[in-house]
Design a protein around this ligand. Sequence first.
Ligand SMILES: *[C@@H]1O[C@H](CO)[C@@H](O)[C@H](O)[C@H]1NC(C)=O
Ligand SMILES: *[C@@H]1O[C@H](CO)[C@@H](O)[C@H](O)[C@H]1NC(C)=O
Ligand SMILES: *[C@@H]1O[C@H](CO)[C@@H](O)[C@H](O)[C@H]1NC(C)=O
Ligand SMILES: *[C@@H]1O[C@H](CO)[C@@H](O)[C@H](O)[C@H]1NC(C)=O
Ligand SMILES: *[C@@H]1O[C@H](CO)[C@@H](O)[C@H](O)[C@H]1NC(C)=O
Length: 590
Amino acid sequence: MEKENAKNPRNRIYLLTTLCVLFWGLLFYFHFVLLGGNLVSESISLRSNPIKIESFHPSSDPLVQNNPTNALISNEANKSISKDFVDTEVNNERTLMSNRKINVGDIEKPHEFMFMKALRTIDDKNDPCGGKYIYVHDLPSRFNDDMLKECKSLSLWTNMCKFTTNAGLGPPLENVDGVFSNTGWYATNQFAVDVIFNNRMKQYECLTNDSSLAAAIFVPFYAGFDIARYLWGYNISTRDAASLELVDWLMKRPEWKIMNGRDHFLVAGRITWDFRRLTENENDWGSKLLFLPAAKNMSMLVVESSPWNANDFAIPYPTYFHPASDADVFAWQDRMRKLKREYLFSFAGAPRPDNPKSIRGQIIDECKKTKVCKLLECDFGESKCHSPDSIMKMFQSSLFCLQPQGDSYTRRSAFDSMLAGCIPVFFHPGSAYTQYTWHLPKNYSSYSVFIPEKDVRKNGFSIEKRLREISPEQVKIMRETVINLIPKLIYADPRSKLETLRDAFDTSVQAVIDKVTRLRKNIIEGRTEYDNFIEENSWKFALLEEGQREVGVHEWDPFFSKPKEGEADFDSSVDAGKNSWKNEQRSRAT
Ligand SMILES: *[C@@H]1O[C@H](CO)[C@@H](O)[C@H](O)[C@H]1NC(C)=O
Ligand SMILES: *[C@@H]1O[C@H](CO)[C@@H](O)[C@H](O)[C@H]1NC(C)=O
Ligand SMILES: *[C@@H]1O[C@H](CO)[C@@H](O)[C@H](O)[C@H]1NC(C)=O
Ligand SMILES: *[C@@H]1O[C@H](CO)[C@@H](O)[C@H](O)[C@H]1NC(C)=O
Ligand SMILES: *[C@@H]1O[C@H](CO)[C@@H](O)[C@H](O)[C@H]1NC(C)=O
């Protein structure tokens, strides 16, 4: 039947006409409805031209190039739009467009933004990776793999070669005393996150080679390893060389132009002070990576961030536990719940006799005087304080673990102790609360105890007395909170993958994606995330609840007041970097 019909010439013309109409119909449908009609946020609908969005203009910067009248905002908001958009986060003037919703009619050509295609993937219900794609730059090997080959040069104190084995986890730990589990434990170096993170990224489920789809762009530069090679005894040009080469390389890539690098992130498993050299003075500490204009646009993930800067974000130090499956984590958590803990509190660390402000002396004195405290004294040379076995055993037998700042605000020890189900006691908000805001609960009293340093310095103050005020029921609830945090605080084995649990890596990547996505939506809407953003108050902005747009006076202001330039007692921050070699030398055994 059909064959005969087709042979009839009139029918054939009819068929051709139908096909033609159908073809154009589908084309229009596809063009306007499927590609064009997508919403980026509920408040704006976009009349868009998909062809233009997809085309890539490596040599042009849309934000700068486009004439404002041609762009997104109505007359009243016509004030150097590109500048305001671009400076959303770094701009501390009250931005004219904050909080204002833009009418649909004002949005003429959203395709100026090269990230539109990537944003649209969020709404593609058929794409499980929509809104989660990560593009990884294919850097020359001198920025990463070559450093591993030359691992002997990575540290003056530690032979890093053994610590870069097993995808960065280091040598496996034998469970001799039954303190660890039988598998998943490694003698991980505290500065190994560069390589652990990069190897975890290789397993990320939504990698893409199409940068126009990317929710964020990862730069696999081993920034921590790089600077560790040159911190001692090298001139500043040697210390800065790789950083300068890196930004030079990045800025030439077409991906840079999408958002001027504001969708880029990289990981350095060291404290931020190693990358914040303020001057060109040879005696100053570290590199100036984090002060380079390009790096100011990127997000740098470090194990200790600066309270006063907006381009770095703290992620957990690595612990010794790197499970390969959910079951390993659950088994560990169960064990930590059931332990009998014989000590009220414990401390592992060395005094800081050179630092009159340090409270470590008081802590050690009190601990020595009471049976309810367990002390592991650290000092140069051999000491149990560096044996993962002794450390984990002590934390597992304590209810509370004291975490005073050392040379810098933060310590790896805080993470080791939480892994052991020990409730951390912090003495400075910069040791955790203003740092790991992606990984720890906002309500710090739900999982930790805060005792301000000045209390400890008071005559007759007793940590024991303070801790005994917490009821056993409360202790139990807090410990349960700590134990439930464990998955988020550890780095899973990069060679396998947890099934359902989200580890420190997953949590960090999601946070970066959320940040870039918020920024993109804000750019489209012509608004800023906050009102009156002042970079020096970064730590306060990081503590805001969702929807809060402005910071005010904070109870922790005294902890973060910056001394005036030239003043002698710069509270532990700048000196932190300089002194970090002591830490490194002390911890060379582990
Ligand atoms: C927009 O701003 C430019 C430069 O500030 C100005 O020349 C122009 O007249 C303004 N356009 C409108 C519609 O306000
Ligand atoms: C990206 O390209 C490389 C090299 O062509 C290939 O090996 C890799 O599998 C690709 N990755 C994805 C996620 O498509
Ligand atoms: C810095 O040190 C490197 C190698 O040690 C040397 O080649 C270079 O000339 C030095 N640069 C300056 C400015 O001193
Ligand atoms: C950083 O971003 C701002 C705003 O997008 C841009 O004006 C500036 O050129 C960028 N810096 C670099 C080095 O790309
Ligand atoms: C924070 O946690 C503590 C202890 O669990 C609880 O008593 C308090 O109500 C919480 N605060 C807020 C604001 O949720």
